[in-house]
Design a protein around this ligand. Structure first.
Ligand SMILES: Cc1cc2nc3c(=O)[nH]c(=O)nc-3n(C[C@H](O)[C@H](O)[C@H](O)COP(=O)(O)OP(=O)(O)OC[C@H]3O[C@@H](n4cnc5c(N)ncnc54)[C@H](O)[C@@H]3O)c2cc1C
Length: 365
């Protein structure tokens, strides 16, 4: 069977991993407007948090249910591509400064009203916070969400390329923007190509078909610090900005791609990397991070631990999350064509479960 996957970002890669498992006699051709290294995909910018509870503040409970299913599916997907240390499920800590504690309690109240299992969220006093994360000692109170996880997003993208490269029946058509997709047909500037089944996973690039798709700008900063050790994703509630700090260890191990030569991340042992994010701005502007966003992210970071003042800013990145008006994912299936889109700010949280559902209702039916 001859299959095209248009968009080699997060969803497209997970579609391919699922199809390869079926042991069917298939050939997969990826089309992407960028390189197979995935650097332009939102999936490459993402922090990779799997935070079904935290998403509940603004999301529907369907996101929560799909998120839990994805959390079950991720470990096997990562093992398959050889990324054995790309997943952690140590839970999330949410904290706030004392003047903003009301905001945090309100947030937790919303979660507890939405799902019963939110009872598992624990209040932490300063001693319990210090026991779990000694470097968060300045915080008097916080909450711990036990089930939440974290994917090493950039290494997932890199390792999946290495994995696909091992298959003779997988082809990458890099730098090949697709103009239009129809049932079994892919249109590029060279003309039309015919396939048995086409998957449209172009994210924001599918606007020619989904007219109600929009981009939501997100900016992240990467910092390196040699004297702060935070092991879990940590959120800081604040009336103006809600930031997260996502630990990345010194984790570029195994990534050896073209973009690595420009990378300013130090390989010095003892330095820890953190992703600080993410802004959420109703705009499709992909230009570099603004001064305002940098100041807000970094000042919030500095208040989490004063030693972050001496951390080095090594990288920043902007991308847009593909979203529909209701911020819910959308799957369209017909014989010969599946479209998956609208993963918004929870692509890592949703993609394995949404792809599983899309394949069951379409390709495998
Ligand atoms: C700053 C930021 C932080 C995030 N953090 C998280 C997080 O912590 N947890 C979480 O769950 N989610 C997070 N996300 C969301 C997640 O990244 C997205 O939901 C997810 O990447 C969307 O997946 P996708 O495959 O639909 O799109 P993408 O990953 O963007 O992939 C789309 C692919 O299609 C290609 N393409 C586009 N148009 C065309 C065309 N015409 N022809 C050929 N190829 C094309 C692109 O080059 C790209 O490779 C974050 C997003 C951002 C921006």
């Amino acid at each position: 069977m001859n299959i095209a996957i248009v968009g080699a970002g997060l969803a497209g890669r997970i579609v391919a991993l699922n199809l390869l498992r079926t042991n069917q006699d298939i050939t997969i051709t990826f089309f992407d407007k960028g390189s197979k290294e995935g650097v332009g995909a939102a999936g490459f910018t993402a922090a990779g948090m799997l935070a079904p509870y935290a998403e509940l503040e603004t999301a529907e409970s369907v996101i929560f249910d799909l998120g839990h299913r994805s959390i079950e599916l991720w470990p096997d997907l990562l093992k398959e591509i050889g990324l054995f240390d790309g997943y952690q499920q140590k839970g999330t800590i949410i904290t706030a400064h004392s003047q903003d504690m009301g905001e945090l309690e309100h947030f937790i109240g919303i979660l507890q009203r939405k799902v019963e299992t939110a009872e598992k969220i624990k209040i932490l006093d300063s001693i319990q916070i210090k026991d779990m994360e000694p470097d968060l000692y300045i915080h008097q109170k916080g909450f711990y969400i036990p089930d939440e996880g974290l994917i090493d997003a950039q290494r997932f993208i890199a390792f999946s390329v290495n994995y696909f490269n091992r298959y003779e029946n997988i082809y990458f058509r890099e730098y090949t923007p697709v103009k239009k997709i129809e049932t079994g047909k892919v249109y590029t500037k060279e003309g039309v190509e015919v396939f048995d089944w086409v998957f449209d996973t172009r994210g924001l690039g599918a606007k020619e078909y989904f007219h109600d798709l929009r981009g939501v700008r997100g900016e992240v900063m990467w910092v390196e610090a040699n004297d702060i050790n935070i092991s879990r994703p940590t959120r800081l509630m604040h009336p103006r900005y809600k930031i997260y700090i996502v630990p990345r260890g010194n984790g570029c191990e195994g990534i050896d791609l073209e973009y690595c030569s420009d990378c300013k991340l130090s390989q010095t042992i003892g330095y820890k990397r953190y992703i600080i994010g993410a802004t959420e701005i109703e705009s499709e502007d992909m230009s570099p991070i603004s001064v305002r966003s940098s100041m807000e992210l970094l000042s919030a970071l500095y208040t989490v631990h004063p030693n972050f003042g001496e951390a080095r800013v090594v990288h920043s990145e902007t991308n847009c999350r593909p979203a529909f008006k209701d911020n819910l994912p959308r799957v369209e299936n017909e014989k010969g064509l599946t479209r998956i889109n609208g993963l918004y700010r929870h692509g890592y949280l949703l993609a394995p479960a949404i792809v599983e559902k899309a394949l069951e209702e379409g390709f495998f039916k």
